[in-house]
Design a protein around this ligand. Sequence first.
Ligand SMILES: C[C@](O)(C(=O)O)[C@H](CC(=O)O)C(=O)O
Length: 318
Amino acid sequence: MADEILPIGSHYAEPPNEIIPASTKLRRLLDIPGHLIVCPGVYDGFSARVALEVGFECLYMTGAGTTASRLGHADLGIAQLADMRAHAEMIASLDRSVPLIADMDTGFGAPIMVARSVAEYVRAGVAGFHIEDQLLNKRCGHLDGKEVVDLDTYLARIRAAREAITRYGSDIVLIGRTDALQQHGYDEAVMRLKAARDAGADVGQLEGITSREMGWQAVKDLAPFPLLLNMVEHGASPIIPAEEAQAMGFRIMIFSFASLAPAYKAIKSTLEKVKKEGVTGTSKDLTPKRLFDVCGMQESIEIDNLAGGSSFKGRARL
Ligand SMILES: C[C@](O)(C(=O)O)[C@H](CC(=O)O)C(=O)O
């Protein structure tokens, strides 16, 4: 990158590409007929950076992963709005051109709290979020013993979210999720999603489908309402590859544990090696520079150069 100082005002020049809000971008992706938006679950800044490096068009911030990485706890309704919002804002800001769908759990309270949560997610630059009908002391959608609130309470959450979106002039995508399948069965779950759609949800999420047939059926029963498939491997649902999910007619697919599960394995085996053998055994290419490059180091250098800063000028090249 050039070491020269840009002429004053040149950073006000028109950007080469149209800059649109991430939420609008997500809506445009949803407008592409039959397109499946594949979103890897990311749980912190580093996993988000890796997903960006691989090149996904959209990311998913898992609440389970956020709770695990930020608080060191299980997905049992322990993370609150402040935790989730701060995490979402950090991840969404890494690359504003890649929309982030973030977990909003139950909306964290009564309708006034849901409205506040939506306002916070909008300000955080989140492109879409899902809000569900579990009790406030919720649990992961793939654990047994889930309980849901009654339909009126659920719809009040959806209406509060829709109202808030309108009030803030946002086009953030509202995904209505139901966890009713486990406790009340398929018909109730589909009825709840239809009611959520009528109350203002843009997309539906039938959590924990138990068979492929149920996936096909749900898409058919709710068409043309777009549906999100949550692919939690080794949870309640069979493993459905993205290509098949697209053929089934799903429009968004999230892989909640795509980063967290492999991170656990890799970290654990390395730490076991440190404990047993006193070395990490990581491969030679994993230099500090390589890892910092994943985290946008070259962009930081470029920013400094463009500003005429001296942090990197004339010093050893990184
Ligand atoms: C999608 C989900 O909300 C998440 O936090 O990623 C979780 C994933 C999980 O804990 O299995 C959910 O499905 O409830």
